[in-house]
Write a protein of this length. Structure first.
Length: 303
């Protein structure tokens, strides 16, 4: 509703995964490079982890776009499945027809392995991408490992990309999954955006929507980083709400005070107070240390 008011032709902070708005920060680029490199390696698994909303799914979509044409991809977006359901889903994704009456782990595994062999013979690579992989059950992960057993002298015939929240790292530390953990050839943990990256991220999204970062005051931009801790999804929610509030108040520029009000609406007053207090404590500690050092140096000089 605020688009005309701010001269925008689209909602710059929608949380829809629109590739036009993709901003490849140095971290996002590095994550993509790790995954791409890992898939070229001979091993079976690559892994991308990161806190909620940091952009893992966004990076995985970019990865899929970049895969060579001779790649068949199976994608699992909701992995709260039993081992047999997972194998059936892989069959569906790879276009393998099967007889539901024969459904068993062995039957599905055989079907998938013969497809992997056939793909390999015809020069196709096969990639299985699993998002939200922190929800996979250990026995399902073990089943996946067995699928990657098929290999030539040079490489595995199935490459698996695991994407998930930090709990995925914990899951793979379990003793019964150590064989799988050893087969991960590339792993990357996506961290939130730094303050300059938050500013560049906002500028990029506003630019795509025919807007400009000057819609937000410099103090407001700095506050976005403090409140959101650099998490892209939270940045989008916050900026969208701040634009709505500014429009309601008929402020042509989003001020810090409006941004704080938007933050309280989205994250709650206590969270905002805590995040601002956290920053103040850091500054007070810095001031205290600098004062002590200066006091010490001055004392030595006078002695
Ligand atoms: N690099 C980016 N460029 C543009 N927008 C981004 C980027 N990263 C994240 N976003 C925005 O943040 C939203 C959340 O990103 P995404 O869904 O990729 O996070 P996630 O890490 O997969 O989250 P979850 O842990 O909930 O699965 C996206 O819909 C998108 O709007
Ligand atoms: Mg995701």
């Amino acid at each position: 509703m605020y688009l005309n008011y701010f001269g925008l032709n689209d909602n710059p902070f929608s949380i829809a995964p629109n590739p036009d708005y993709l901003y490849m920060s140095p971290r996002h680029k590095e994550a993509l490079a790790h995954l791409t490199f890992g898939l070229r390696e001979s091993g079976g698994f690559v892994m991308l982890t990161g806190e909620v909303g940091t952009g893992k799914t966004t990076v995985s979509r970019k990865l899929l776009q970049q895969l060579p044409d001779n790649t068949q991809v199976a994608m699992i977006l909701n992995p709260t499945l039993s081992a047999i359901e997972l194998l059936a889903t892989v069959c569906d994704e790879l276009g393998i027809s099967y007889d539901p009456d024969k459904a068993s782990l062995k039957y599905f595994t055989d079907q998938i392995l013969s497809r992997l062999a056939r793909n390999h013979q015809s020069g196709m690579n096969t990639v299985l991408l699993i998002d939200e992989a922190q929800h996979l059950m250990p026995e399902v992960l073990e089943q996946l490992r067995l699928l990657t057993n098929l290999e030539t002298n040079r490489e595995k015939l199935l490459k698996v990309v695991l994407i998930g929240q930090p709990e995925l790292q914990q899951l793979l530390k379990r003793n019964e999954l150590r064989q799988l953990a050893q087969r991960i050839t590339a792993r990357y943990h996506l961290l939130p955006l730094t303050a300059p990256e938050v500013s560049a991220y906002m500028a990029h999204r506003l630019d795509v929507a025919q807007g400009d970062i000057s819609i937000f005051s410099p103090a407001a931009v700095r506050t976005v980083h403090r409140i959101t801790a650099g998490i892209p999804r939270v940045i989008n929610l916050l900026c969208d709400r701040a634009l709505t509030l500014s429009f309601t108040k008929q402020h042509a520029v989003v001020k810090k005070s409006v941004l704080l009000a938007a933050g309280e609406q989205i994250l709650g007053e206590d969270v905002i107070a805590q995040r601002l207090r956290g920053q103040q404590t850091v500054w007070m500690t810095v001031v205290l240390i600098v004062s002590l050092v200066l006091g010490f140096l001055a004392g030595r000089w006078y002695v």
